[in-house]
Design a protein around this ligand. Sequence first.
Ligand code: NAP
Length: 480
Amino acid sequence: MALNVAIIGAGFGGLCMAIQLRKAGVTSYTIFEKAERLGGTWRDNTYPGAACDVPSHLYSYSFEQGHDWSRRYPRQPEILAYLDRCAGKYGVHRRLRLGAEVTAAVFDEAAGRWRVTTADGEHGPFDVVVSGVGQLNRPRLPDIPGLGEFEGTSFHSARWDHGHDLAGRRVAVIGNGSSAAQFIPRVAPVVARLDVYQRTPSWVIPKPDGAYGPGLRAAFRHLPPLRSANRRRVNRFIESVVYPALVDGWSRPLMTRRATEHLRKQVPDPALRARLTPAYPIGCKRIVLDDDYYPALTRPNVEVVTDPITRVTRHGIETAGGTLREVDTIIFATGFLTTDFLAPIEVVGRGGRRLGEAWKDGAEAYLGMAVPGFPNLFLLYGPNTNLGHNSIILMIEAQVRYIMGCLPLLGAHGPMEVRPAAMDAWRRALEGALARTVWQADCASWYKNAAGRVTNNWPGPAAAYRRITRSPRPGSFTFG
Ligand code: NAP
């Protein structure tokens, strides 16, 4: 196949695409990566304690399960090493352009091909563009008055300042999602004082983590069927026990009880416990899996501040009522610009149509991958393909398989563009399914855009998505 493919991003998605192209014998692809290293979110998030809350054997490519995982839940350095190894094994690092941030992708209608722009000029033409930029790649800084006046050190959790020694300092953390819950237990013991600014409490459930013993590790290493069986077991449990909690199924009360028990056991002080008890149903925001977060909050040098922040001053943070807590360092654990998807890349399709304009009411794509008016553009981990319960790699692999199925079609018949009718039917089905999920409840989360529309999550089990994306339906597309 002599197709030329541009892949944007060298995280789990972009690398998976490149590997499958490579396995299919396609060598005419280029991975454009804005950073100086591959790894995506696992390159960016180096904060102390960074880890995944999907078990190791499931948080890996199905075709590359041979990694000798050291523990049940993988930590950031080991995941990054895994990605490096995969890229090296399949030789895709040779097609990787580092420090090449894509600023624009423009479809040339006359030629039926794409051109991609980076700081060093235009590249292409490409038959196909595959975006693998992810949903959690641009840090979100809060819009708090006075932020620019702070004279201490401040940084975002995904841009951890490793040169800044936190020992003995007075530190403020803003935010208490999964990232904060992981680094707070590492930071709390070394700092003089830690103020955790919590706007909305998270639901937290235990994380059955631990290092694999040498016996089990050797067994996994030498018995591939055991590895696969473990992967299947974990997947089955997540899909049949965790997923129903997100759609008001039988396990919702069970999960709520588990989280409430966890809080009761780990936080003896009833006043603190009350402040840490969420008032929204479990799963509405991303559930935090952690055993060390609550104990860290009970330390004498840690205060959970729930008064709203009014402003940042030169020396600290002021809350409603006028209390100023002076600090040396502010760490923003305030999440990411999740609903912007490909922004700030300027994507221009047929007839000069801009993706930002097409998505002005919220990002959407057929199967999360294809957008009417943008022929031969495919999105990995695009709109409504995030999971609230399972490994995103399952979704990415399904998408890559689907795109691989599209290549012969567009190779034979010319640029393929999803029909608006297929997009409409997809939107209707999605809306119906989303209406039954817990994400619609009254809570703010990174799954929703400013208008409250759930643009990020897939409402079904991962298996259902894999089923419907098994192969492309040519009737959903126009060609040429
Ligand atoms: P996040 O879940 O979006 O949490 C952001 C936090 O910042 C929330 O507590 C939010 O409060 C708070 N916040 C935002 N703006 C604020 C403001 N202006 N004032 C006060 N508080 C503010 O971000 P994250 O923790 O970085 O996690 C993002 C996602 O990455 C996770 O949900 C998960 O999918 C993934 N992740 C996974 C792991 C893991 O596998 N264990 C670890 C880290 C990240 P509100 O809730 O009130 O908005």
